[in-house]
Design a binder for this molecule. Sequence first.
Ligand code: 1CP
Length: 339
Amino acid sequence: MSLFLEAARGQDTARAPIWIMRQAGRYLSEYRALRARYSFWEMCRTPELAAEVTLQPLRRFDLDAAILFQDIMTPLPPMGVEIDFSPGPVLKEPVRSAQQVRALRVPEGGEIAPFVAEAIRLIRAESPVPLIGFGGAPLTLATYLVQGSGSKDYDEFRQFLRYAPETAHALLDKLTDLSVRYLKVQLQAGAQAVQLFDSWAGLHDARVYREFAKPYNTRIFEALAAFGVPRLYIAVGALHLYGEIKDLPCEVVSVDWRVPLSHVRPLLPGKTLQGNLDPAVLLAPEGVLRAEAERVLREGLGGPHIFNLGHGIMRQTDPERLAQLVAVVREFDRRAHTT
Ligand code: 1CP
């Protein structure tokens, strides 16, 4: 079995496997070259292009997992919403009324994104390492649908949860059904793990998380249990929510850079920890990069650890720096450091 899958299933491996959030993307010249010729949606919706971009970072770096090239917004247009990228998602018309929520369709799995299933088959035929499928968590998808675009503090969305809680639940319920169908399609096509991105969950207090996030995330993870693949979860800036997140039926929790892994370990009993180098460290000189990466590796001892960044890699990152990071992680023998 691969090191990534072993660690994701809870083994304290001799070396920490490594993959990088947003490892396919604009910091790579070969990505930018393709992107100059195709729109972002064209790249997502053409299986050969999506597979090619997924494989690009694996050709350059000795990574232990691949992540499907798509966006968290991929399954939403078939519900009846129009989304552009500039560069983040922008809704033509934000979804805010009960009537708009009622009008959203929940398509059958086969209708949602047939190009994704095909891309996964192409990737599996080529990739030397396991493939992680992914989706956006319902609360985070709803954040974009209601707010209408990226935002600093998503005030419209936070207001919506208070003014229209019933509409919010109706929306989250549909997004949950959609996500279960979409993620099942990915697993049936050959994805070997799934990560649920709850990027904006950290905006909310624990009470809001308990009401609007936890039951839906739980439903998704439970619906996928029968596949027996590792289920990964990330919420950014969410230390105050770990008392809830610890109960999610998933094997791995990805931690952002704000807190050392050793501090989080007792808060998430039984989970594999993933993370948590600050992506900004990849912009620092080589000596700083090594010292900070080794610190994260030491903090990750004492339980299963998958090395990653605390959030997505920045587009101004020099790919050479990522190669150095992979070398540092591969050299670090966790057994030699465990007393
Ligand atoms: O112009 C371009 O080339 C588009 C840039 C881009 C890319 C490369 C976007 C728009 N999405 C992606 C791909 C993507 N998105 C991946 C690919 C796989 C990989 O990691 O290699 C993944 C996993 C995502 C997931 C995603 N999209 C998240 C969750 C992860 C996170 O960063 O928290 C979120 C929040 C999005 C929304 C989104 N899509 C694109 C951007 C720039 C953003 C975020 C900015 C915003 O909120 O406005």
